[in-house]
Ligand binder design. Structure first.
Ligand code: NAD
Length: 499
């Protein structure tokens, strides 16, 4: 049977690419190509930018309350189509349906935040900053914005970006991961159904060619990126070089520090979900446990027992805890990391290599894998694996744990498990990481806070969503005003005005 070929979404309609390059979209649980997606070329990007640029003036001048009503309608449509979006995300990414639905929900929450645009866009005002002089500030949209997103959250990560960009009066071009394009295209249709004017939101599936065209395009004003660290750095440098505002979120190596007084069962359960949920393909996954003092043996025993009970299978099968990883190439890379851990002397406690799933023999599965006695020189510690591989390092004290986490180049998320308020408080103060959990394994901030790491996990200044998202997608203008009847008595000299 001929495979479905997807399209681009430009100016409120599906359009074909002017080029001929296509990429396969696979179902990783079956290891099968399910559809193809066009890879946008420079001409396609030019067309999308032209549509977004043309739509900008009217959208910028649309009152925030009206923009907000359209987003509210979009929110309702997301609710109605939540299962469909979750199904698309699960089919193309591999994660379980329940996990996919949860991530759609987190995206919906960003839309709910963005619906507050009339309030969020209020500036400041001060009367009589000088005699007869008032000052106020305005938050104005910046123009055509673009978002470049990774494969691991097909609906949620795009929604970290475009709802706020659009609510602030910008127009948007989304370049989703070519591995998981369907949710983004479907959201384009839903935005149109919600009443969004054509051209305000566009989708150009593609690869490096489309990304590079966006990064250098003179009419693109801001670039939001989420993906791996080397590409985030490249995006930051290239887009900044071309005069754009950039926020580029990169990879991660998230540590959970487990203190000797941590409640063991609770902690082990929390780490299970954080390490193996979504097959470890989350930027906030806990991939590294730092066991402090005497807790290590008992913790590793609990983690082993629980990891070996996890059910691996296709994401749409009831009772499955963990789906496949995204591709055969990625599976082989993860297996290579496990091989290297063994070769470099870590203790392999649970081995997920070579797992077979009945009826899905061609799927890209790796079982839950657990290493103990890992040290910081090993490749499995130094690199982001982005798979279901959890490693345990042992240290003697909280001091040592903090020093270890702080010396890692990544700094996206971290967590401490403890019953001690004093230890937790010290940890939150001294740890050099952007998002911190205290007995919370995946401390993803809610939509009304901002999401972002530090160090090699973020290039740029402002994090995503929450107020930092609003500031990223707006420019502040400060207006100082004086009216003539007051001014006449007060005309300034060449001297700097003071009060
Ligand atoms: P990736 O960096 O390979 O791709 C991300 C995006 O960049 C995709 O749209 C892709 O098409 C594009 N891209 C890839 N190579 C490119 C190149 N050479 N030039 C220009 N564009 C290019 O990331 P991925 O494999 O899709 O996603 C996994 C990575 O994303 C992991 O490292 C994970 O930690 C990270 N991630 C980070 C966060 C965060 O919030 N910090 C969230 C989710 C995922």
């Amino acid at each position: 049977m001929a495979k479905q070929t997807l399209s681009l979404w430009i100016n409120g309609q599906h359009v074909q690419s002017s080029g001929a390059r296509l990429a396969d979209v696979t179902n990783p649980a079956r290891g099968e190509v399910i559809r193809q997606v066009p890879l946008a070329n420079r001409a396609d990007v030019d067309k999308a930018v032209a549509a977004a640029k043309a739509a900008f003036p009217a959208w910028r001048d649309t009152p925030p309350l009206r923009r907000s009503r359209i987003l509210n309608k979009f929110r309702d449509l997301l609710e109605t189509h939540r299962a469909e979006l979750a199904q698309l995300a699960s089919e193309e990414h591999g994660k379980t349906l329940e996990d996919a639905a949860g991530s759609v929900q987190r995206g919906i929450e960003v839309v709910e935040f963005a619906v507050g645009a009339p309030h969020l866009l209020k500036g400041e005002h001060a009367e009589n900053v000088g005699r007869g002089v008032d000052c106020h500030s305005m938050l104005q949209p910046i123009g055509v914005c673009t978002g470049i997103t990774p494969f691991n959250f097909p609906a949620m990560v795009p929604m970290w970006m475009f709802p706020i960009a659009i609510a602030c009066g910008n127009t948007f071009i989304l370049k989703p991961s070519e591995k998981v394009p369907s949710c983004s295209l479907r959201m384009g249709e839903l935005l149109k159904e919600a009443g969004l004017p054509d051209g305000v939101f566009n989708v150009v599936p593609g690869d490096k060619e489309a990304v590079d065209a966006l990064l250098v395009h003179p009419d693109v004003r801001a670039v939001s990126f989420v993906g791996s660290t080397p590409i985030a750095k490249y995006i930051y440098e290239t887009a900044a070089h071309h005069g754009k505002r950039v926020q580029a979120l990169g990879g991660a190596k998230n540590h959970a520090v487990v203190m000797p007084d941590a409640p063991l069962e609770f902690t082990a359960d929390a780490i299970m979900g954080a390490a193996y949920g979504s097959a470890g393909e989350r930027c906030m996954a806990i991939s590294t446990v730092v066991a402090v003092g005497a807790v290590a043996d008992a913790l590793v025993a609990r983690l082993k027992e629980k990891a070996e009970k996890l059910v691996v299978g296709p994401g749409d099968r009831k009772g499955v805890d963990m789906g496949p990883v995204i591709s055969a190439q990625h599976r082989d890379k993860i297996v290579g990391y496990i091989d290297s851990g063994v070769a470099q002397g870590a203790r392999l406690v649970t081995d997920g290599r070579g797992i077979k799933v009945d009826g899905h023999e061609h799927g890209y599965f790796v079982g839950p894998t657990l290493f103990d006695n890992v040290d910081t020189g090993m490749t499995i510690y130094r690199e982001e694996i982005f798979g279901p591989v959890l490693i345990v390092l042992r240290v003697a004290s909280l001091d040592e744990a903090i020093a270890l986490v702080n010396s890692n180049p990544y700094a996206n998320g971290t967590a401490i498990f403890t019953a001690s308020g004093a230890a937790a408080r010290r940890f939150q103060n001294e740890i050099e990481v952007g998002m911190v959990g205290i007995n919370v394994p995946i401390p993803v901030p809610m939509a009304f806070f901002s999401f972002g790491g530090w160090k090699a996990s973020l290039f740029g200044d402002l994090h995503m969503h929450g107020m930092e998202g609003v500031y990223f997608y707006t420019r502040t203008k400060a207006i100082t005003s004086r009216w003539p009847e007051v001014a006449e008595k007060n005309v300034s000299t060449l001297v700097m005005p003071t009060l």
